[in-house]
Design a protein around this ligand. Structure first.
Ligand code: SF4
Ligand code: SF4
Length: 197
């Protein structure tokens, strides 16, 4: 059984493009795959892995100008993020309850880029697919059949590209299998594609 600290660590590793950690998280969540929420969780982390790993996103984020780091509510920084960040930075963040807050516009953004990419918080690694606020309506609407209907802001060029890319991967796999692929089969397909890049 994986404890909460290990899940947080594995999830951050997965979102930093580690396929093995992604596989371990999916195996763990796969036990609950009959629940639409767990299935949604698996798809959201696969989409986010692709978002964080796909070679096109850097170019599109540059074109967008880094809007997600400029606008919106403050970014939550959990204790496990804070402990990692403070090894590298002198941090003075406001706290609300148990959570630290990073203001937006973010002081760590330079031009369109993140200057703390190697140790940015979980919420930044999870944007936009594994971020609950961004996908709240998608979770509510999802009935566990096929891919969730992920929504991203109109200005998020990278998010829109990933949605189209994943629909194509899913449809090709569905045609090959002659049925809807399971989330684990989608992960295996993504692993095959991204291991060969
Ligand atoms: S809003 Fe989307 S496209 Fe723009 S920088 Fe953020 S992730 Fe990239
Ligand atoms: S930490 Fe980096 S990714 Fe997160 S909001 Fe700030 S600049 Fe953006």
């Amino acid at each position: 059984m994986i404890n909460e600290e290990e899940i947080n660590k594995l999830t951050k590793e997965a979102l930093r493009s580690n396929l093995d950690s992604l596989g371990r998280i999916i195996n763990f969540l796969g036990k609950y795959e009959n629940s639409p929420i767990a299935k949604f969780g698996i798809y959201s982390i696969i989409f986010q892995y692709v978002f964080n790993t796909h070679e096109e996103t850097g170019k599109l984020c540059r074109q967008c100008g880094g809007k997600c780091c400029k606008v919106g509510y403050p970014v939550p920084v959990y204790n496990f993020d804070y402990n990692e960040m403070k090894k590298h930075l002198q941090l003075k963040l406001q706290k609300q309850g148990d959570i630290y807050l990073l203001p937006r516009p973010c002081p760590f953004q330079k031009d369109w880029m993140c200057t703390i990419h190697q140790f940015k918080p979980y919420a930044c690694l999870s944007y936009p697919f594994a971020t609950e606020d961004e996908q709240m309506n998608t979770i509510k609407e999802y009935n566990g059949k096929g891919l969730p209907n992920f929504h991203v802001p109109e200005y998020c060029l990278s998010g829109k590209m990933v949605i189209e890319y994943m629909k194509e991967v899913y449809t090709n796999l569905k045609n090959k299998l002659n049925r809807d692929p399971s989330p684990k089969e989608l992960y295996e397909e993504i692993k095959r594609i991204f291991s060969n890049k």
